[in-house]
Design a protein around this ligand. Structure first.
Ligand SMILES: Nc1ncnc2c1ncn2[C@@H]1O[C@H](COP(=O)(O)OP(=O)(O)O)[C@@H](O)[C@H]1O
Ligand SMILES: [Mg+2]
Length: 249
């Protein structure tokens, strides 16, 4: 990420932000509400175009590409608000992620057009493997919308993984989860990294962030105010000030 900026009207939501994400690391993006974290993800995934600045994956520029082409560069994401297809089964939701990788593509997946049978079979098998990896193969046939929130989150992970990303963007994966589910999610994130995926995660749960991150980037009012190891960030005066300021507001 090089000097990425994006404004909404007069508001500089992401203001000249640069940082590197080490391959196969877990890097956390933290900061108070409205700091520009989600906007940053929107810029990386192509949901929003930057006003200026550049983004690269494996040295290749992605900042002028539409989202579907960025996805083909191996970037996948989950959303702050879960976006599953509620009336499809868990397996179908994950298969849609998988279809993005396949020849017949996302549109035919949405329209449920049949690809070749062999291809369909392969996608189904691979999707089941991903469900098993996430420990939710037992609910493959259930309607996604009927599941408890914590389970839906894990289905979202599985769908993002189905595209076989090299970079996974997770926007507040522990939001709304209880302590047990949060622990489960942090274990899954570590497991995902263990499969060679680079993870960039926005999260408010500080114990999760401190436990799993290799590096932390801190945003406040659109600007990067700190970057470093968890142990350094914990002691950083500016970071402490920003967080205490938020608590006192
Ligand atoms: N699409 C948009 N249109 C206008 N303002 C936006 C839009 N998206 C975000 N913002 C504003 O940009 C700022 C940063 O938002 P966001 O990136 O969602 O912050 P965070 O994820 O850190 O809480 C906020 O003030 C927000 O209101
Ligand atoms: Mg956000």
């Amino acid at each position: 990420m090089k000097q990425l900026s994006r404004s909404f009207g007069g508001l500089r939501a992401v203001d000249d932000v640069s940082f590197n994400v080490e391959k196969n690391s877990i890097t956390a993006v933290i900061g108070p509400n409205g700091a520009g974290k989600t906007t940053l993800f929107n810029l990386i995934s192509g949901a929003l175009a930057p006003d200026s600045g550049e983004a690269y994956i494996d040295g290749r520029p992605i900042h002028r590409l539409p989202p579907y082409r960025i996805a083909r560069h191996g970037i996948s994401r989950t959303f702050q608000n879960i976006k599953l297809f509620p009336h499809m089964t868990v397996l179908e939701n994950v298969m849609i992620g998988r279809h993005i990788r396949s020849r017949s593509g996302f549109l035919s997946a949405m329209l449920r057009l049949p690809g070749s049978r062999a291809e369909e079979q392969q996608i189904q098998e691979r999707s089941m493997e991903i469900l098993a990896l996430m420990g939710i193969e037992g609910i493959a046939g259930q309607e996604a919308g009927s599941l408890p929130f914590g389970k839906q989150r894990i289905v979202e992970f599985a769908r993002a993984l189905a595209t076989e990303p090299s970079l996974l963007l997770l926007d507040e994966p522990a939001a709304g989860l209880n302590m047990y589910e949060t622990a489960q999610v942090s274990e899954l994130i570590t497991k995902i990294r263990g499969r060679g995926v680079t993870v960039l995660v926005i999260e408010h749960d500080m114990s999760l962030v401190m436990n799993i991150s290799d590096m932390i980037v801190v945003l406040s009012s659109g600007k990067k105010i700190a970057e470093g190891l968890p142990s350094d960030i914990q002691k950083n005066r500016e970071v402490i000030r920003v967080y205490l300021g938020e608590d006192n507001a």
